[in-house]
Write a protein that binds this ligand. Structure first.
Ligand code: ZN
Ligand code: ZN
Length: 341
């Protein structure tokens, strides 16, 4: 099914808007699919009206009146200046007198459209057409819920529907400061990304020495290196950039984990990594989907190796599989342990 990009953004905006009646949403999205031709209609493209809503005076707070020559008829329709206004407008439209009683049918999307459909449209087959699209609507909603990263380094589109739960405030975990000379200015770029690496060696001191060595001609470094025993060594100030993640250097914090090829994280190392990533996300308001693997920087590299093997990615995995594994790790470890009860 082909949706316009704006259609998907609209569904995300609609899902983000809180409602007492979440079970209605798949039926509403099915209406939007049908009414707007998956976002392709003139009303959708020019007026952000994805539901064929005619102008009604109650809509004055969220929409303007526009005479539109639509395929169905020439009439006054609602024109919305933003997707958020459209989402809000849908509920206002529904809460008008003609639909009174819909809340008694709000537990089930099929029941809901069974009640609303015959009022919404003159077409006697409208209800059945919408009901046939509820499965598609549910699949689209599920797709938009999946975390995702942008491998081209584009800023995040905010594609996640559910905002992350607020995290309990955490202090920065204890670090040992052992500075590397290989750092440079971010040039004003905001920190919004964490890049996860492995060192290909279990020797923490070896990595520290390398990030200070005159033989390191590419002057590579990382902000943090986490040893097998959970020791965290900070080598570059967060405020500065360093060379670890290609296109992501200016915007990111780099975390190295001591690990030989094939090694997953040790338990103390993972605890330290979880605590550090959680603190970084909190401190710099980093979105969960912006914790990425070096592979997605993007770069042909085995990094981050087998650190996330328990979450489904190995050194042989591609960026997409590494992303899924890291996102699972963030959800199950970093966010789960930090949520306010
Ligand atoms: Zn995004
Ligand atoms: Zn790396």
């Amino acid at each position: 099914m082909q949706y316009t990009d704006e259609f998907k953004s609209m569904v995300a905006a609609f899902m983000r808007l809180p409602t007492e009646f979440p079970n209605v949403r798949p039926a509403s999205v099915a209406q939007f699919i049908l009414e707007s031709g998956r976002g392709s209609s003139l009303l959708a493209r020019e007026h952000r009206n994805f539901a064929g809503m005619k102008w009604r005076p109650e809509m004055a707070g969220v929409a303007t009146k526009k005479l539109v020559i639509a395929p169905s008829e020439t009439a006054d329709f609602c024109s919305f200046e933003s997707l958020e206004k459209f989402a809000e407008g849908y509920w206002i439209f529904l809460n008008r007198a003609p639909y009174e009683g819909w809340k008694a049918h709000a537990d089930d999307p099929y029941d809901f459209i069974g009640f609303v459909g015959r009022i919404w449209a003159a077409d006697p087959a409208y209800t059945e057409k919408v009901q046939n699209l509820i499965g598609e609507a549910e699949a689209l909603i599920a797709t938009l819920r999946e975390p995702h990263v942008h491998t081209d380094g584009a800023p995040c589109c905010g594609g996640m529907i559910d905002p992350p739960e607020p995290m309990a405030h955490r202090e920065k975990p204890a670090v040992r400061w052992d500075p590397s000379p290989f750092n440079w200015s971010r040039g004003g770029t905001r920190i919004d990304t964490v890049v996860m690496h492995y060192t290909t060696s279990r020797n923490l001191q070896g990595t520290i020495d390398w990030f200070k060595s005159p033989n390191n001609i590419h002057k590579t470094a990382a902000h943090y290196v986490i040893g097998r025993d959970g020791t965290i060594v900070q080598m570059v100030k967060d405020a500065d950039a360093c060379t670890h993640g290609n296109s992501q250097n200016r915007r990111s914090i780099g975390i190295e984990h001591s690990a030989a090829p094939g090694d997953p994280m040790t338990e103390p190392q993972e605890r330290a990594s979880v605590a550090l990533v959680r603190w970084l996300m909190q401190e710099y308001a980093i979105a969960p989907e912006r914790v990425i693997g070096h592979k997605c920087a993007p770069r042909a590299t085995s990094c981050p190796g087998d650190l996330f093997a328990a979450y489904g990615a190995t050194s042989a995995s591609d960026c997409a599989a590494v992303t899924r594994a890291i996102q699972t790790w963030v959800r199950e470890r970093v966010l789960a342990e930090g949520v306010i009860a």
